[in-house]
Design a protein around this ligand. Structure first.
Ligand SMILES: *[C@@H]1O[C@H](CO)[C@@H](O)[C@H](O)[C@H]1NC(C)=O
Ligand SMILES: *[C@@H]1O[C@H](CO)[C@@H](O)[C@H](O)[C@H]1NC(C)=O
Ligand SMILES: *[C@@H]1O[C@H](CO)[C@@H](O)[C@H](O)[C@H]1NC(C)=O
Length: 352
C-alpha cells in the first residue's frame, strides 16, 4: 500500500513536503474548544509530534496537561485542559442611573443609562477585556443644568434651596413673587426641567377692575367711580324684602374682571283669597298673613283634599324670585263654604 506522509515544516515562507513509503498513521490537527490555542499551523503530524496547547487571551487555564502527543496509532493523547473566561469585577451601581449587563465574563458588555434629568459623563458602555478589567471607567450621571431662572420684570424668585454660582440643577424649584402692586399672572411655581430649561416664567402685571355695577333692587358698599385694584372687594345688599342670592361681596380678580355678582330675588304673595296655609310652623287663615308676603326661597303649604279617603293634607310650595306656584291639588273654596262651612275645609278636617 502506498503511504503518503505530507509533512509541513514551518519555515518563515517555505514548506517542505516529503513523501515517504513508510506506513505509519499520522495525526490530523485536532479539534479543540474555541478557547484553546494550539501551536503551529500544520495539518498533519507524525507519531511522536507534540502539540503545545494554551488558552486564548481572556481565558484562564484550569487543570490538565498543556501538551498532547501524536501516538503511533494516529491518536492524540488526551488532555483535560479547560480554559475558562476571565471575570471582570462586578460593576458598582450608578447613582442616578442604571446599568445593564448579563454577565461579567470576558467580552461581556455593560450598558449605562442615566435617569431623566441626568446626563452621562463618560462612556455609555464598557466591555470586559482579556486582562479581566473593564475597558472604561464607570461613568457618572450628572444632573442637567438649567442656569438661573428668568425673572419677570417687577418680580423675584425665591429658590427652595440655596443656589451657588450661575447654575441650577434639574429638579431645583422656586416660587415667583411680584412686587406690589404688580400681580402674578401665570404659575408661581418654577422648576428646572429634565430638558435643561425652566418652566414657563409668569408675568407681573398691574391689574385693575372697572367700577363695579349695581344690581337690580340692590345697593353697593362703594359707589366710587374709579378703577379698583386686584383683590379689592365690594359688598352688595338688597332693598326691602328682596333676598340676596349669591356671594355677599365681589372681588377684583387677576383677569381684571370682578367675581360673579349676586342678585336680589323678589318676595312672593300667596295668590289665594280663601283658605288656610301652613307657614313657619303656624296654621294661618290667608287674611292673617298680613302683609301677604313670603320671602324668596321660603316655603308655604296649602291644604288639599284626599277625596277617596276623606282627609286633608298639607302640600308645600316654594317662593322662587316672586313666583309661588299654587299646588294643583288645591281647590279654593267658594265664599259660601269658606264663610259658613269652614269646618269642612281640607285644612280643618282630619289630616291624612
Ligand atoms: C447594550 O446596548 C447594545 C446597543 O444598544 C445592545 O445591543 C445590547 O443588547 C445591550 N446590552 C445589554 C446587556 O443591555
Ligand atoms: C456667571 O456667569 C457670568 C457670565 O455668564 C460670569 O461672568 C460670572 O462670573 C458667573 N458668576 C458666577 C458666580 O459663576
Ligand atoms: C371678563 O368679562 C368679560 C365680560 O363678561 C368677558 O367677555 C371676558 O372674557 C372676561 N375676561 C376674562 C379674562 O375672563
Amino acid at each position: 500500500m502506498e503511504r503518503v506522509v505530507t509533512l509541513f515544516l514551518l519555515c518563515p515562507f517555505v514548506f517542505f513536503t516529503t513523501v515517504t513509503s513508510q506506513q505509519d498513521d499520522v495525526c490530523f490537527r485536532p479539534e479543540m474548544a474555541a478557547s484553546i490555542e494550539m501551536s503551529g499551523v500544520q495539518r498533519y503530524f507524525n507519531p511522536g509530534a507534540e502539540l503545545v496547547l494554551s488558552c486564548k487571551p481572556g481565558y484562564t487555564p484550569v487543570s490538565g496537561p498543556r501538551k498532547i502527543v501524536c501516538t503511533a496509532s494516529g491518536q492524540w493523547t488526551k488532555t483535560r485542559l479547560m480554559c475558562i473566561p476571565k471575570l471582570c469585577p462586578y460593576p458598582d451601581p450608578l447613582s442616578n442611573g442604571e446599568l445593564y449587563y448579563e454577565d461579567t465574563v470576558y467580552q461581556s458588555t455593560i450598558n449605562y443609562t442615566c435617569h431623566e434629568g441626568y446626563v452621562l459623563n463618560g462612556a455609555s458602555s464598557a466591555v470586559c477585556q482579556a486582562d479581566g478589567t473593564w475597558s472604561v471607567p464607570v461613568p457618572a450621571c450628572r444632573p442637567v443644568s438649567c442656569g438661573l431662572a428668568p425673572i419677570p420684570q417687577s418680580g423675584i424668585i425665591i429658590y427652595d434651596k440655596t443656589i451657588r454660582g450661575n447654575t441650577t440643577d434639574y429638579g431645583v424649584t422656586g416660587t415667583y413673587k411680584c412686587l406690589p402692586p404688580y400681580v402674578l399672572i401665570g404659575d408661581a411655581r418654577a422648576e428646572c426641567t429634565a430638558s435643561g430649561t425652566w418652566t414657563k416664567t409668569p408675568e407681573c402685571r398691574v391689574v385693575t377692575c372697572p367700577p363695579p355695577e349695581n344690581i337690580n333692587e340692590g345697593y353697593m358698599s362703594s359707589n366710587e367711580q374709579r378703577d379698583y385694584d386686584y383683590m379689592e372687594t365690594v359688598k352688595y345688599g338688597c332693598h326691602g324684602h328682596y333676598v340676596l342670592e349669591g356671594s355677599l361681596q365681589i372681588v377684583c380678580q387677576k383677569n381684571g374682571n370682578w367675581s360673579e355678582k349676586p342678585s336680589c330675588k323678589a318676595p312672593c304673595s300667596v295668590g289665594i283669597q280663601r283658605g288656610r296655609i301652613l307657614y313657619k310652623g303656624r296654621k294661618l287663615w290667608i287674611k292673617e298673613l298680613d302683609p301677604n308676603r313670603i320671602l324668596h326661597k321660603e316655603i308655604v303649604s296649602l291644604y288639599c283634599l284626599d277625596k277617596a279617603r276623606g282627609c286633608g293634607y298639607a302640600t308645600p310650595t316654594q317662593c322662587i324670585d316672586g313666583n309661588l306656584k299654587i299646588p294643583e291639588c288645591f281647590e279654593q273654596p267658594s265664599s259660601l263654604d269658606y264663610n259658613l262651612h269652614s269646618g269642612s275645609l281640607p285644612s280643618e278636617i282630619q289630616q291624612c
